[in-house]
Design a protein around this ligand. Structure first.
Ligand SMILES: [Zn+2]
Length: 419
């Protein structure tokens, strides 16, 4: 596959590069370019091993290329423990990927493509998951990796990215970072593996890696998923899921159009949710909001990315925003009730999935995009100090009883294990 297969999914015109469709931009709509859908003829879901490289013919990489894999994909799905009367909710735990996030699926493809095209340096703009994934796959491919970040990067991610050998550089303001990103690509010839223009979204090539989540969901659930709830920033994951399901449908590997796709955002930067309240598509695709920093630092945006809106329109989906106190409560609840320690941005999806499941017949799946360890300061601040007790067994027993009751509430009879 080559760049000249890129086209604008909105106006249909051919395009090239990473800055979206210039014709649509002139109309005030930012649209990422897309590749043609892959023909999945001959793809056997029954023996698909999972991950982007489980079916390399679906990727924008030359036939015969060596897979650039650290074992990404095939992530576990866990059915949440439910209480009487609660609907069935599943979580696909993308924190089980090599650098603990879904971004490994995209970066394994984007970095492989850069290597195939002779790049010696890849560049990522990231304050988190994408930077870690880019650093890992670049290390594996023997490429230099530069991560342009912000001064607010969580310490765990700083440590992770630096340990993987990437060069981290922070800029105080967003404009400086974007200016340097542009110049590095245009003047130094470094290969971008994340977005260049945040209004457009990630590279159309890396985004192809996300289709593998749809393949894995179809393999496990067939047509039996009513909705997938997706934490959304620039809608790359959302559009990859939608594209994957369209490929499966065209090849007859699922019998009906895929699940409803639900974009979830933190209330602090909810452009898609704002768009969804507007009456016409023309208004929806031009929406702008102000994004504020929040605990859900991986998601939220000021633009309603067109490729995300397109998936909501196509799947009869919707966009919802969750308030901070609610997703922080869910961040603790899902860990304590289900043993899943996921980042706050993913807890946003679980909270939304509980609402969606109440309104939906059938199974709802939420994507947990990354591990809670990426921002352990948040967890530590919620957990509080560790007490130092005198060595008295009664003190220990009383302390455990009091804290357990505060944390889990009194024991309940109506709780049941998932089937
Ligand atoms: Zn266009």
């Amino acid at each position: 596959m080559t760049d000249d297969q890129l086209h604008c999914p909105r106006c249909g015109r051919p395009g090239s590069g990473y800055r979206g469709c210039q014709v649509c931009r002139a109309e005030g709509v930012f649209v990422n370019l897309a590749l043609p859908l892959t023909d999945l003829a001959g793809f056997n879901l029954a023996i698909y091993p999972g991950g982007p490289w489980g079916h390399p013919a679906s990727l924008p990489i030359g036939a015969g290329a060596t897979p650039l894999s650290l074992g990404e994909g095939s992530t576990p799905t866990v059915r949440l423990r439910t209480h009487n009367g609660e609907a069935e909710i599943w979580v696909k735990n993308e924190a089980a990927n090599p650098t603990w996030s879904h971004k490994d699926r995209a970066m394994s493809v984007a970095v492989a493509r850069a290597a195939e095209r002779g790049a010696s340096t890849v560049i990522a703009a990231s304050s988190g998951n994408a930077g870690a994934a880019a650093a890992a796959y670049a290390a594996r491919a023997g490429l230099r990796c530069v991560v342009l970040t912000t001064t607010r990067i969580p310490p765990a991610l700083h440590a992770l990215i630096a340990s993987l050998g990437a060069v981290l550089v922070a800029y105080d303001d967003r404009d400086s970072r974007h200016k340097m990103l542009d110049a590095a690509v245009d003047e130094l010839g470094w290969a971008p593996v994340t977005f260049i223009d945040p209004a457009i979204g990630g590279t159309p090539f890396g985004n192809e890696g996300y289709k593998s989540i749809a393949y894995e969901c179809a393999q496990q659930f067939g047509d039996d998923l009513a909705a997938i709830v997706v934490p959304t920033c620039r809608a790359d994951l959302l559009s990859g899921l939608g594209r994957g399901y369209r490929e499966l449908l065209e090849a007859g590997l699922v019998q009906r159009p895929g699940p409803r796709l639900i974009a979830v955002e933190a209330e602090s930067g909810a452009a898609l949710t704002a768009a969804w309240k507007l009456p016409t598509r023309a208004e929806q695709e031009r929406v702008r909001v102000t994004r504020h920093d929040s605990s859900a630092f991986s998601i939220g945006n000021e633009y309603a990315h067109w490729h995300g809106l397109n998936e909501l329109w196509a799947s009869n989906g919707m966009a919802v925003a969750i308030e901070e106190d609610r997703y922080l409560a869910e961040y603790q609840r899902i860990a304590r009730e289900n043993g899943l320690f996921i980042e706050a941005s993913s807890a946003v999806a679980i909270a939304a999935a509980r609402d969606i499941a109440d309104q939906t017949d059938g199974r709802v799946l939420a994507i947990a995009t990354s591990s809670g360890m990426k921002d352990h300061n948040l967890a530590a601040s919620l957990a509080g100090e560790i007490p130092v007790l005198s060595p008295d067994i009664n003190l220990l027993a009383d302390h455990v009883e009091r804290v357990s009751t505060q944390t889990h509430g009194p024991a309940s009879d109506d709780e049941r294990d998932p089937q």
